[in-house]
Ligand binder design. Structure first.
Ligand SMILES: *Cc1c(COP(=O)(O)O)cnc(C)c1O
Length: 422
């Protein structure tokens, strides 16, 4: 049996209807921006392997740190014990975040980073004896993860259909813009005494279709939330670590969120790690002689030293001038491409935030995540040696920062060809 057949016998893949599923492509090696299959065919990883890989695959500098850490200390229980990589990472991360973030709470993925932030905000209120602030404010098409709390604060969609009755109460609002901002502000004011927190993906809703919105209007929402004591959680799981052109998307805001959720690019895409950070106000609400005010949350692999070591190595690369120059270079290439194909008859809209560019395909049929166009496009790009995973009729490029202009040009020209051919 080959690997595909063995896989089919024993594995259940994520987001995959296993009945009639396309065979899973075995990858044997990663090399910078490329993934290499069993036949030696090379694919440009244009989606950074689900948005996690920022410095390319099999990065030697990260690998060296990971391997040294494995021989030094692979893991230790993180209650009652600590270690250098966790402390150093927190010391380096906190000053990079906008506002005054004071404490890091470790977990192991983006969804758990969100769960921790939600629990911090709910318990922030209950620790102060406030029993009325139990609702969350979130965007209609938000995506914050797949565990129950994270799913609850995500938009209702085909992903949540089977569970809708089990999800907790959320007030969903539209993305803010010039036309609706005053209305949204008055909704928030009218609900203020019920709202525990506002959770948002700054500047761009990722899984919700790469929907982009302006920093000024997010600022206005955060301002009105903070005037009404509603805690603000920036879910930068996707936008963090340079993705939107600044190290963190919230650097483009004037207001300062109270909590941040980070994961995906944190370890450079090497291994799972999640971080929730908070400001002093949140942390202080848990300090007490009363044991019931403790944040009773943790995971077996909280602050795994190897994952922290990978993050430190990834952060060092991110902070080098060359990486920021690469990010700016990708932004420029994207915007030139945007200008070039904006008028194409099959392009409904084209939008860009930092290193992310998204093209909405003009189609006659339903434009949902389940559209058949999606599978056609996916297979088309794969055959041309490019990994792109359209969200329904929306194609996006979200590349590792080391991608070259030539590699970008190849992706652009393949997209242009697809627009003509499909
Ligand atoms: C991917 C994502 C998550 C969930 O992270 P996982 O590691 O997949 O659980 C949460 N929030 C945002 C904005 C994301 O893009």
């Amino acid at each position: 049996m080959n690997l595909q057949e063995r896989d089919k016998k024993v594995i259940w893949h994520p987001y995959t209807q296993m009945k009639g599923a396309l065979p899973q492509l075995p990858i044997v090696k990663g090399d910078g921006v490329y993934l290499i299959d069993e036949q030696g065919k090379r694919y440009i990883d244009a989606v950074s392997s689900w948005w996690v890989n920022i410095h390319g695959h099999a990065n030697a500098r990260i690998a060296a740190k990971v391997s040294a850490q494995l021989l030094q200390l692979e893991h230790v229980i993180f209650a009652g014990f600590t270690h250098e990589p966790a402390v150093l990472l927190a010391e380096q991360l906190l000053p990079l975040l906008p506002g005054k973030q004071e404490k890091v709470f470790y977990s192991d993925n983006g969804s758990t980073a969100v769960e921790v932030a939600l629990k911090m905000t709910f318990q922030y209120w209950s620790n102060q004896g406030n029993t009325s602030r139990k609702k969350v404010l979130a965007f209609k098409d938000a995506y914050h993860g797949d565990t129950f709390g994270a799913m609850s604060v995500s938009g209702r969609s085909i992903f949540t259909d089977a569970f809708n009755d089990l999800l907790f109460d959320v007030e969903f609002i539209d993305l803010p813009c010039k036309e609706n901002i005053e209305n949204l502000q008055s909704i928030i004011c009218s609900l203020q005494s019920e709202l525990a927190c506002f959770i948002f993906e700054p500047l761009i809703l990722g899984a919700g279709g790469m929907q982009m919105y302006e920093a000024v209007y997010l600022d206005k929402l955060i301002e009105v939330c903070q005037e009404n004591q509603i805690l603000c959680i920036a879910d930068e799981v996707m936008t963090g670590f340079g993705r939107t052109g600044t190290y963190f998307a919230c650097e483009q805001l004037n207001s300062k969120p109270d909590l941040f959720c980070l994961s995906k690019g944190l370890t450079g895409g090497t291994m799972p790690l999640g971080v929730t950070t908070c400001n002093e106000k949140i942390f202080e609400a848990f300090l007490s002689d009363d044991k019931l005010k403790t944040l009773y949350h943790g995971h077996s692999f909280t602050a795994n030293p190897v994952a922290c070591a990978a993050s430190l190595a990834s952060l060092a690369i991110l902070l080098e001038p060359q990486t920021l120059a690469n990010i700016k270079r990708i932004e420029t290439q994207h915007s030139l491409f945007r200008d070039k194909i904006a008028g194409h008859s099959k392009v409904k809209t084209i939008r860009q935030t930092g290193t992310i560019i998204a093209i909405e395909w003009q189609t006659g049929e339903s434009t949902s995540y389940l559209s058949t166009l999606r599978d056609k496009l996916y297979t088309y790009f794969l055959s041309k040696g490019i990994v792109l995973r359209p969200l329904g009729n929306i194609i996006y490029i979200l590349p590792p920062y080391i991608i070259t202009n030539e590699e970008l040009a190849y992706i652009y020209s393949t997209i242009s060809r697809a627009l003509d051919d499909i």
